[in-house]
Design a protein around this ligand. Structure first.
Ligand code: HEC
Length: 424
């Protein structure tokens, strides 16, 4: 019989990793200059928002949500005293969505620079380059100063490095409507690792306010400051950008990198890699994908997942999947279900008194019986008295290799449909 030992050891390691305190990100959104709508805190608590978040701005709430998804703790504050040396020591990285000359004392500024030099992360978003013009060390930290926004329209963004965590889930180019910044010194491409840039062939370069003649309009980069990691993205002006799955994946990856929450790129089995490659090159037909999702043969997604009220609750409801994730993330979720297991949906391995093992997700549990969803999506019941041990499973209840029950073209159709799920 397969021994439970190695599985338990692995599960134990996983639990230990998960129970380590999450990394902490200080989220600073003070506007000493222009105040963007997305960081305006509502005068009246926003409707339909959890009470503890109702007084926060859209940016602050979006970062709390990203933190829940990625397991870091975002701490929104507008209190400059958080930059006191002892208080700053409690954070692993600092995020700025700020403008103007911020009210930080010389000691607090020194604490920030020292902290980064010794290994803290720094994340700048959109107007973080429109901040602290009178403090050149800050300009050097973030990598550039803002020099106007010649464009506010749909532009084409080029991904210059597709292997970085902040860009891994993006297409090679993508179109986006946002306010587009131009940068001046200390901007210097040779001293930054540019991740995103504007495609200059698709905008009007003769427009007033375009100062650069070299056509170099970087939109996101990283740099190293001493031991610390700096990530900057110029995107994020418009509210809808904050709920765009591409921006979310980009920002999440950049924050994780700055926090040193390094994740290896997910490696797929060669057969599954072929499905991913095909689905990258072929968009697929969403209508056919919907039929495959519901089919009572093959991968049988509907046995475990609900979409818009139809289906089961063994796995998460997928109604908003395409709002929260890019196509590239969705391909990975389906092809490598165990790479990142959704909170609250972990499976449990039960060891029964007769020596057998049973893996499933607990549906309900009373003193008399435990109801468990199995890997086939069906419910089984066991008596608590029959159980001699239980462990959290290191793998998802969603089986590996489901795509292999489909043709590559069918898999692309399924992905095309999942991508359309925007929650309405
Ligand atoms: C046996 C039940 C089962 C089947 C069958 C199944 N899934 Fe899942 N799925 C789960 C569970 C449980 C999770 C949550 C754990 C995890 O993240 O792996 C999940 C997670 C997911 C996620 C990630 C959701 C998120 O919000 O992070 C996606 C996407 C997904 N499944 C799509 C599919 C598709 C498409 C199919 C059919 C090809 C399918 N699943 C078949 C049980 C199942």
């Amino acid at each position: 019989m397969l021994g439970i030992g190695p599985i338990c050891a692995l599960a134990g390691a996983l639990v230990a990793a998960d129970s380590a305190p999450p990394r902490r990100l200080l989220v600073f959104t003070v506007s000493a200059g222009f105040e963007h709508d997305v960081v305006r805190r509502p005068a009246e608590p926003a409707a339909g928002v959890a009470p503890e978040e109702a007084g926060l701005s859209l940016v602050e709430r979006a970062l709390l949500e990203l933190g829940r998804e990625a397991h870091f703790e975002a701490v929104p504050t507008r209190d400059p005293s958080e930059f006191d040396r002892e208080k700053l020591a409690r954070y692993d990285a600092v995020l700025f969505f700020t403008t103007g000359e911020l009210p930080l004392s010389p000691e607090q500024r020194a604490a920030l620079l020292d902290g980064v030099a010794r290994g803290k992360g720094f994340v700048g978003v959109h107007p973080a380059t429109d901040t602290f013009y009178a403090w050149p060390e800050y300009g050097a930290l973030v990598g550039a100063y803002f020099d106007g926004h010649p464009w506010h329209e749909k532009v084409r963004v080029r991904v210059e490095d597709r292997t970085h965590p902040a860009t891994r889930y993006l297409d090679a180019t993508f179109d986006l409507v946002d306010e587009i910044y131009q940068f001046r010194a200390p901007y210097d491409r040779s001293r930054l690792h540019v991740l995103l840039s504007l495609d200059p062939t698709a905008v009007d370069l003769a427009r007033p306010g375009v100062h650069r003649t070299d056509k170099d309009f970087a939109l996101a980069w990283t740099r190293q400051e001493g031991q610390g990691r700096v990530f900057y993205t110029a995107l994020g002006h418009r509210p809808e950008v904050w709920s765009d799955p591409r921006f979310r994946a980009h920002l999440r990856g950049g924050i994780e990198w700055a926090l040193r929450m390094d994740r290896e790129p997910v490696r797929l089995a060669p057969e599954d890699e072929a499905y991913r490659t095909f689905a990258r090159e072929n968009r697929g037909d969403p209508a056919r994908g919907y039929e495959l999702f519901r089919r009572e043969s093959g991968p049988m997604c509907i046995r475990c997942h609900a979409v818009l009220g139809e289906g089961a609750a063994v796995g998460p409801d997928l109604s908003r999947l395409g709002r929260e994730h890019t196509r590239e993330q969705i391909l990975e979720q389906v092809l490598a279900p165990s790479a990142e297991i959704e909170d609250g949906y972990r499976a449990t391995i039960f060891e029964l008194r007769d020596g057998t093992l049973f893996t499933g997700r607990i549906q309900s549990e009373t003193k008399e019986r435990i109801s468990i969803w199995g890997v086939d999506g069906k419910t089984r019941e066991i008596a608590p008295g029959d159980v001699s041990g239980r462990r959290e499973s290191p793998v998802s209840l969603m089986p590996e290799g489901l795509a292999r029950t489909l043709t590559p073209a069918e898999f692309a159709d399924l992905a095309a449909w999942l991508e359309t799920l925007k929650g309405s």
